[in-house]
Design a protein around this ligand. Structure first.
Ligand code: GTP
Ligand code: MG
Length: 196
């Protein structure tokens, strides 16, 4: 599998704001500042997604068209970069607005094939995470959990987290990644393409 090109399409709040319903879509969701946009940039090896050290920077769903080669054929998919959940500094009303936008988008989109739930490996699971886990399970969509920023954690702690998540979600659904050094890139790309 080889990435040929990736480019920004547009920022949307509803799935019907972009016409093509047949292109498979892979959505990157998770808490604020966990590294969703950095993961997309590393996967496509281009800086298409805006990253920020200010949590809560993404307020809309940004779509990217990704062109790739597989088994001699050219294919395309859409990556969707979701606003992060749970950024404390936005008002309750605004947060509710995001939540219903994301939920509505996922419920309505006919393109979404796979949810990539991005998780900062250094974090402990809190109540909001538990609520998100339950919500993701209830969607009845394919999903994977990617523990990211592993370059910032010791190898043994990464393994511990991986085992903990594997017990919960099944080993095949849990991957590890670093946007900084590219660890896990190939594996995650193969995983994404295999889900189509
Ligand atoms: P929001 O869109 O605000 O929810 O954030 P996000 O989840 O898209 O996170 P983003 O990719 O913007 O990254 C947040 C910060 O974490 C940035 O300062 C990134 O440079 C840093 N970061 C992301 N991934 C990694 C990683 O794998 N390793 C390290 N060391 N830093 C990372
Ligand atoms: Mg982002």
């Amino acid at each position: 599998m080889k990435i040929l090109n990736a480019e920004y399409m547009k920022g949307v709040t509803r799935p019907d704001e972009t016409a093509d319903e047949t292109v498979p879509e892979v959505s990157f969701i998770g808490r604020s500042n966990v590294g969703k946009s950095s993961m997309i940039n590393r996967l496509v090896m281009r800086k298409v997604a805006k990253t920020s050290s200010t949590p809560g920077a993404t307020r809309i769903i940004n779509l990217y068209k990704v062109l790739y080669e597989l088994g001699g054929g050219r294919k395309s998919m859409i990556f969707s970069d979701f606003p992060g959940f749970g950024y404390a500094k936005v008002s309750k009303e605004m947060y509710k607005g995001w939540e219903s936008m994301i939920g509505g988008y996922i419920a309505e989109s006919r393109r979404i094939r796979d949810l990539i739930w991005v998780y900062d490996v250094r974090r402990d699971i809190d109540d909001l995470d538990k609520a998100l886990i339950d919500w993701v399970f209830s969607l009845e969509l394919e999903f994977s959990v990617v523990l990211t920023k592993i370059d910032k954690e010791t190898r043994s702690n990464v393994m511990k987290k991986k085992m903990l998540f594997s017990r919960y979600f099944g080993e095949s659904r849990v991957l590890t990644f670093s946007a900084k050094d590219g660890y896990g890139r190939k594996e995650l790309l193969s995983h994404i393409v295999a889900e189509h």
